[in-house]
Design a protein around this ligand. Sequence first.
Ligand code: SF4
Ligand code: SF4
Length: 93
Amino acid sequence: MRANYGYKDGSGEYFITIQTDACADCAGHPCVAACPQNAFEIIEDDYDDRVAAITEDLRHKLKYACAPCKPVSDPPPLPCVEACPGNAIEHSW
Ligand code: SF4
Ligand code: SF4
């Protein structure tokens, strides 16, 4: 399942999409430790699988929370995307 977390405002769309099928088989859920803003948490979904989600608090401020990971010039790979063995994390911006 694709789970979308984020929002739109006048400046754009700021969504993180998590392909939760990959999370059920993910050892250690490394996205949680990789994110310097503690954006990820592990929850139990409707199928009793443990999957990654974005914390309630950060769902409404992703543009600002992720800004340090996304410098305008020469952005490095994102820590969350790099850490994910399932290639399950996408950012809309
Ligand atoms: S690292 Fe990737 S596959 Fe593993 S729990 Fe996090 S988002 Fe899911
Ligand atoms: S871009 Fe950075 S702050 Fe945003 S979710 Fe990924 S690791 Fe966390």
